[in-house]
Structures are given as C-alpha cells and as structure tokens.
Write a protein of this length. Sequence first.
Length: 107
Amino acid sequence: MDKIKNVYPDQNIEICIIRTGGDKFPASPLDQMGMGVFVKEIETALLQKRIDLAVHSAKDLTPELPKGLIIGAIGSRQDPRDVLVNRWNSKLTDMPENAVIGTSSPR
C-alpha cells in the first residue's frame, strides 16, 4: 500500500480488510475448499462496488477472473524463492530419512 500511496499522495486511501473463506476456516484442508478460496469474497466486493481495487497474492487467483474484473497492475516481486525451515538446523540433503514435510502451498 505504501507504493500506491507514494504514487497517488493526494488520494484518500482507506484499507478494507476482507476475511476470505481461506482465512475463516484455517483448519480446513485447502485442497478440499475449492478454487478461489482466498479471493472469492474480494472479487465479490469488487463486483458489488464495495471496494475499488484489491491487492493480494497472484498465486491465489483462479485461472480465469470473473467477468468485469481485470488485473490492472502487477507490482515488483520480492524474492520468490521458498525457504526450508527445519528443527535439525540442516540442509535438505542432510535431513533424516523419512522426515515429514509440511507446507501451506503444495506444488
């Protein structure tokens, strides 16, 4: 939001936090919640003109946006690499055999 405020310093910008299905049910397996679980409520708010624009992670978008919505801009990326955090303080190649890996973004 800081970048938007810097580009449009004279605009009155209000942040509206929208809790999505993915936010409301964090214990539910994401692969069973359907597509758009982190964007459906945001897209609805845009289409109903309750908000004017939305900023969120592109990885959460569905392959096709609802009619009437477009991607108006893509911000500069931060470091896109994933990281490994483990309790053994080791590299992936040095982890124990049968180590269990948890992720919030299975790919």
